[in-house]
Design a protein around this ligand. Structure first.
Ligand SMILES: [Zn+2]
Length: 439
């Protein structure tokens, strides 16, 4: 099979996401791609501060070993660990940094875990985990799970469990509420700012002496993940834009994302944050404009694009976040599920009714199946999958239709650059194929 441009772009990304150490300033370092997320170290007179810890203890140990070649443990004990937000890929390696010597203080914001808590309260963790495994492609074979767009594959692939059990997240014990706080540790003075964005609990770490800004997951080398396909109630887009403006105002010399390589140099940092903010603002403004014009999320998702001067930038490529999903998220953030089409207010016309009538229109179920197969042959996998959906509504256990839908999803997934959507599509295809063979 010829590889799609999306596959080639993700393979290029994978080649960039190899473990390496970057010196950010005289006293600040970053371990990039050792784990799925980056780990930062700032070296003070008599101790170090760690910013984020990666997801797994194995990767955290490898990073700490590299850090210790720069700052030996006897002279520079770990005084503090900072979590930029509550996602497990930033906290799971912390037991390694907490067990080296005296336990460091672990700092974060008082609303730590804000994104997961509503799922826990609602009893929705099974869904959260199931969809998380699909978007992560945890059960895909290695050749289908290229990378996740902003992170390498670092935990079990084919047949592996959702998470390996090797995580060692230590709960935070120092919190700040409100806008900001100053952390003094190891002879360092750092400012922690509330910068809600990818999560409501997000913070940025500012090392003013050397003008280094650690921004967690509010910016990385991809269009931002305004909506994860794993599912989330709300990512506050205007708050995210405000946080980007705040980051811009600091005039940093180094900008350190939670994933992918840092940006070094004052002009580069200013340009990157400006473009990033403008991209998010453009998608936001266009969505609001279209909503006021009475357009539906389907229409807006199909028509809104980044302006050309931003769409061509590698750090705004849709490797991880996706413009169309962002549009739907913004629509939902304000008006919820109703798209404005009154037909969707009725429940007496079911998908089964529609499927039966589609089959009748096509000249029967066999004719519909023929059409779906022809669509797939004619390189129109989206239409093939759509027709297969109608057929599966009528014949949910029919192995040949399950296979057809799986083939269509495989072909569609191959064209998807956004890694989470690609993983999700290919994982569902794999599940359908498995169901077909069990028939
Ligand atoms: Zn992350």
């Amino acid at each position: 099979m010829i590889k799609s441009p999306a596959s080639l772009a993700l393979e290029k990304r994978r080649a960039e996401l190899v473990p390496h150490l970057v010196q950010l300033s005289e006293h600040a370092w970053l371990s990039v791609a050792e784990d799925v997320s980056n780990v930062g170290m700032i070296v003070g007179k008599n101790g170090i501060v760690i910013i984020d810890t990666g997801q797994s203890t194995e990767c955290a140990a490898a990073t700490l070993k590299k850090f210790r070649e720069i700052a030996p443990a006897d002279k520079y004990p770990i005084k503090a660990v900072i979590y930029t937000h509550g996602h497990g890929d930033h906290t799971g390696g912390s037991s390694v940094f907490c067990s080296e010597g005296a336990k460091p203080e672990i700092w974060t914001r008082s609303n730590f875990g804000a994104e997961t808590v509503p799922f826990e309260h609602a009893g929705l963790m099974p869904l959260f985990k199931a969809r998380g495994a699909l978007q992560g492609g945890f059960r895909l074979p290695p050749e289908k799970r290229i990378c996740n767009g902003i992170a390498p594959v670092r935990y079990p692939s084919a047949g592996g469990a959702a998470f390996s059990g090797r995580t060692g997240a230590v709960p935070p014990d120092h919190f700040f509420s409100g806008d900001s706080t100053v952390l003094s540790a190891g002879g360092l003075e750092l400012s922690l700012f509330a910068t809600p964005g990818e999560t409501d609990d997000a913070l940025s770490v500012w090392f003013p002496a050397e003008k280094v800004l650690f921004c967690g997951d509010n910016l990385y080398r991809s269009f931002p993940n305004l909506y994860p396909v794993r599912g989330v109630g709300n990512r506050d887009v205007p708050a995210w834009i405000d946080s980007l403006n705040r980051m811009l105002a600091l005039d940093a010399d180094a900008l350190v994302p939670g994933h992918t390589d840092p940006f070094i140099g004052r002009n580069e940092v200013r340009t990157v944050i400006t473009n990033y903010r403008d991209a998010v603002r453009h998608v936001f403004d266009k969505t609001i404009e279209g909503m006021n014009a009475g357009k539906t999320p389907d229409e807006l998702a199909a028509e809104i694009r980044l302006p050309e001067h931003l769409a061509g930038l590698d750090y705004l490529g849709e490797y991880y976040g996706n413009v169309a999903w962002a549009v739907r998220q913004i629509f939902g953030q304000y008006v919820g599920w109703f798209d404005g089409n009154p037909l969707h207010l009725y429940t007496n016309f079911t998908t089964r009714d529609e499927a039966a009538r589609m089959a009748a229109l096509a000249g029967g179920e066999e004719a519909l199946l023929k059409n779906a197969r022809a669509a797939l042959r004619n390189n129109d996998p989206a239409w093939a999958a759509r027709l297969a959906d109608h057929l599966l509504t009528l014949r949910p256990d029919d192995a040949q239709i399950l296979e057809l839908k799986a083939d269509a999803l495989d072909a569609l997934g191959e064209t998807m650059l956004t890694a989470t959507g690609r993983n999700y599509t290919l994982s569902v295809a794999q599940n359908l194929r498995q169901k077909a063979t069990q028939r």
